[in-house]
Structure formats: structure tokens, C-alpha cells
Design a protein around this ligand. Structure first.
Ligand code: HPA
Length: 236
């Protein structure tokens, strides 16, 4: 069944086996413009840009996931199920719950805790904690070592709510489960990988701190993101 409702690609071969997924489609374009050669634009449905190109000799697709679990749930499902994608590496941002994480640190997600019903509703798991793929994580660790980027392997919180009325509630998840940072997508991505027997991983750059309330400027954020993109690209 291709094209699918959200990805308008007629030929599966235009999509690589490994997809890098930033939340923001502009970041997908940034990766294509700055790191890839022989780039072909493959998706523009509702401006969710996707591009396929080469990083050295490695074919790779980059595509925005949109924000939140429902959105990444749709795009990653279609990629895994209908376009024969084997690996999806999310590259996103997170807010730190732990004072030990600094702005621009790069977190390697080992596990995602969520109160979301995504995995249960899908019928794949009733667990609240889902894991990233270990072999992808090992590749990411080796790539980071090679280019001298420090990774912080951690459990994170995939939340459905960005604007909490009670700003303290996220810290419960830190205290109870040890989730050191919060984002909004990994849990659904990991659920889809589990459901379809595929591989998923996630790197996150700390863009703000819920402890110190520091936030990054967009220029600095771009540079920090570049580091994370290089780790992901070198892991392929
Ligand atoms: N909350 C949820 N997701 C995020 C945050 C946050 O504070 N920062 C970056 N992604």
C-alpha cells in the first residue's frame, strides 16, 4: 500500500533502510543540505519534508517526525511497515529534569518511560517503559567515540504534555523512575519498532533545563544539533 496517507513516495527504493528523524522537517532539510550528496526530495505531504541522499557511501533518508507521539507514531509506522525501513534513529531535543545534565549535552536514550496509552492502545505492550534497540545504541556509542562526542546513556520521559500547569509533576518521574530528561516522541517510536520487529534508537540534545530554567538560543541549538547529527550519520 504505497503511497501511504502521509508519505507520498511511489517507489520504496527511494527510501533508505535507515532513516534519521528530527522532529522539525527544517532540520531534515538542514541535514540534507549540509551532510548529504546526491539528494532527492521524497516527501512534502503537509510540508513534512523527507530527503534521501548519501553520507559517504551510505544511503540514508532524513524525514521530520512532527511533534508528539501521535505524529511520530504515524510517520514511523508507515516507514517501517510500508517502505521496508529497518532502522529509525530519532534525533531530537529534551528538557533536563536532572541538574547533572547541562545544556547541549547529548543523551542516548536507553529506555523511555511514559504514562501514554500508545503502546497499550496499539496492542503491543502494557509496559510503561520501553527500550531502544541495543545494537543501534552500540553503533551510536562507537560513532560518538570515533568523533569525540560524549553521550549520556539514560532513561528519559516521553510526555504527552509540554505545558504542565503543575511544573513539579515531571520531577516525580525523575525521582520514581530515574528519567533524567523529558521529550515527547521516543515511547511511540519504540512501540512501533517492537510491534513491527524493527530497530529504533534516539539521541537527544538538552535544549532547556527544568531545574535551572536556562534555555538555548537558536544559533547555539543549531550547533549542538550538528554534533548529534554527526553521531547519527556516522553510526550508519
Ligand atoms: N518538555 C517536553 N519536551 C521537550 C522539552 C520539554 O521541556 N524540551 C524539549 N523537548
Amino acid at each position: 500500500m504505497i503511497p501511504t496517507p502521509h508519505i507520498e513516495v511511489e517507489d520504496k527504493n527511494l527510501i533508505a533502510k535507515t532513516v534519521l528523524m528530527p522532529g522539525d522537517p527544517l532540520r531534515a532539510k538542514y541535514i540534507a543540505d549540509n551532510f548529504l550528496t546526491k539528494v532527492v526530495q521524497i516527501n512534502n505531504v503537509r510540508n513534512m519534508w523527507g530527503f534521501t541522499g548519501y553520507f559517504g557511501k551510505k544511503k540514508v533518508t532524513v524525514m521530520g517526525s512532527g511533534m508528539g507521539m501521535p505524529s511520530i507514531g504515524i510517520y514511523s509506522y508507515e516507514l517501517f511497515k510500508f517502505y521496508d525501513v529497518e532502522n529509525i534513529i530519532r534525533i531530537g531535543s529534551c528538557g533536563a529534569y536532572s541538574k547533572d545534565l547541562n545544556l547541549y549535552d547529548v543523551v542516548l536514550v536507553e529506555q523511555a518511560f511514559s504514562e501514554s496509552s500508545y503502546a497499550k492502545t496499539m496492542g503491543v505492550s502494557s509496559r510503561k517503559i520501553l527500550s531502544a534497540n541495543k545494537s543501534l545504541n552500540n553503533r551510536l556509542k562507537r560513532a560518538a567515540e570515533k568523533i569525540n562526542v560524549t553521550l549520556h546513556p539514560s532513561m528519559i520521559h516521553s510526555s504527552d504534555v509540554f505545558y504542565r500547569l503543575d511544573t513539579e509533576t515531571g520531577f516525580d518521574v525523575y525521582e520514581k523512575y530515574g528519567a533524567v530528561a523529558v521529550e515527547m516522541e521516543s515511547f511511540a517510536l519504540f512501540a512501533n519498532a517492537k510491534a513491527l520487529n524493527k530497530k529504533a534508537a534516539c539521541l537527544l540534545t538538552v535544549s532547556d533545563s527544568l531545574v535551572t530554567h536556562e534555555a538555548t538560543s537558536s544559533q547555539e541549538r543549531q550547533e549542538a544539533f550538528t554534533k548529534m547529527m554527526e553521531v547519527a550519520l556516522n553510526s550508519i
